[in-house]
Write a protein that binds this ligand. Structure first.
Ligand SMILES: Cc1ncc(COP(=O)(O)O)c(C=O)c1O
Length: 418
């Protein structure tokens, strides 16, 4: 029977549904498999257990009504935002709110900048964002939906933002400039102090996208590694996006948008009053929002504390160092740039990396591919230190196979999503 026929024919017994849930789930990739080097974030079974308890105890509670009906959710949101503001060296008077993910945080940052610019930086033409080539696709999506224009760079020298290009692209219609800490492609932090200087010179709204690095870089810095400033210590940074459902180890959908000053929150707010049930006010794009993600973010943050995140970051940096050292020892491979966070990519100037990638997939490794330059992108997790040697051995054999002509190209397209 087709799935829709099931529905119309009558109810299925719970046991049949449980069997399907169990079986179907086992056929998926496991997000906790150490051979999975894609974007999934594991900080230990104890963390997953606590996040699960927090999440499930808030099933059915809608964060949209936090202020009215669920004060505990409102308190969790406030506490999570306060922690993030401190991690990002915000000054007194800064504020923030939680969203359902990086895309929503970015969307709201662009909306806030647009409405701020209408008052403080009006333009004759279509307001424009100047963004590095590597800025997340969500900036283009947001601009498209909000009726704005994007000037996206076409180069990324040293795998970072093209400062000269960005400087040349700024014109009278530019309202916003973006840097990432770090971007998803390559994982190399943009020259944020220089981008901030451009923002300052032209009076632009600067956004730092720390969706993937927000719960990583503060700890990288604390561990004594060299990093460009990436937070509110840069005076022109107006907003920052940080995902809790990535290296914050909350369950999906939880992210944050931080603002330098409470006064800017008025540009983020959407208010609609001509409605029979009264005023509708929200800081989000979406309306109803699960309480579970918020509760899981709060629980994990309180449980791990600063030192818990720092030790996990230290462990992932160690894994990254081992992967990179090993990759550099394999003749023909090249790591792209100097990635400071917990993900990086690599390719080859001399051999077809897509064939290597295909062989690695066949050997059971799961990772993202990169198109330009062709490459493989690896995201570190707590358990990856344990599999470095296995990965490097397989990689070495795959590279040898390509060099000897034993392996041939049959690559699928590299896609981020379908
Ligand atoms: C740097 C960066 N920004 C934004 C996003 C978008 O986040 P989400 O998939 O939660 O919408 C990602 C996702 O990987 C990212 O790496």
């Amino acid at each position: 029977m087709n799935p829709p026929d099931d529905f119309f024919a009558g109810a299925l017994p719970a046991v049949a549904i449980r069997v399907d849930l169990e079986k179907a789930r086992r056929e998926d990739h496991s997000w906790k498999d150490p051979r999975n080097l894609r974007a999934s974030y594991f900080a230990g079974d104890d963390v997953v257990q606590l996040a699960t308890e927090a999440f499930t105890s808030y099933l059915g509670k809608n964060a949209l009504y936090g202020a009215l009906a669920y004060p505990s959710l409102r308190r969790y949101e406030t506490e999570v935002v306060e922690i993030l503001l401190r991690l990002f060296q915000a000054r007194p008077g800064a504020t923030g709110s939680l969203t359902t993910g990086g895309t929503e945080s970015i969307f709201m940052a662009v909306k806030t900048a647009r409405d701020w610019a209408r008052q403080h930086h009006p333009t004759a033409g279509t307001p424009t964002l100047v963004v590095p080539r590597t800025a997340h696709a969500a900036f283009s999506k947001a601009a498209d939906l909000l009726g704005l224009r994007v000037q996206r760079m076409t180069k990324s020298p040293d795998f970072r933002a093209d400062l000269d290009g960005m400087s040349r692209a700024i014109d009278r219609d530019t309202i916003m400039i973006v840097g990432s800490a770090p971007p998803y492609p390559y994982g190399v932090v943009d020259p944020l102090p220089d981008i901030a200087a451009l923002a300052d010179r032209h009076g632009l709204w600067m956004h730092v996208d720390a969706c993937v690095g927000g719960m990583v870089l503060p700890f990288v810095r604390d561990l004594g590694h060299d990093l460009p400033a990436f937070d509110f210590a840069l005076p022109s940074v107006a907003s920052v996006s940080i995902d809790l459902h990535k290296y914050g180890y909350a369950f999906h959908g939880c992210s944050a948008l931080l603002l330098r000053d409470q006064a800017l929150a008025e540009y983020q707010r959407y208010q609609f009053d001509a409605w029979p049930v009264g005023s509708y006010t929200t800081m989000n794009f979406i309306g109803s929002r699960g309480g579970g993600p918020v509760a899981s973010a709060w629980a994990v943050m309180k449980y791990l504390g600063f030192s818990g995140y720092r030790s996990r970051v230290a462990n992932m940096l160690e894994a990254k160092r081992k992967f990179i050292d090993g990759i550099r020892k394999i003749d023909g491979l090249e790591v792209f740039g100097a990635p400071q966070g917990t993900h990086f990519s690599f390719g080859s100037p001399s051999l077809d990396i897509t064939v290597v990638a295909q062989e690695m997939s066949q050997r059971g490794w799961s990772f993202a591919r990169q198109v330009d330059p062709p490459g493989m992108l690896l995201l570190m997790n707590g358990f990856h230190v344990a599999v470095v040697d296995d990965f490097l051995r397989d990689l070495d054999e795959a590279v040898s196979g390509v060099k000897a002509g034993r392996l041939r190209a049959d690559p699928g397209p590299a896609v981020y999503t379908v």
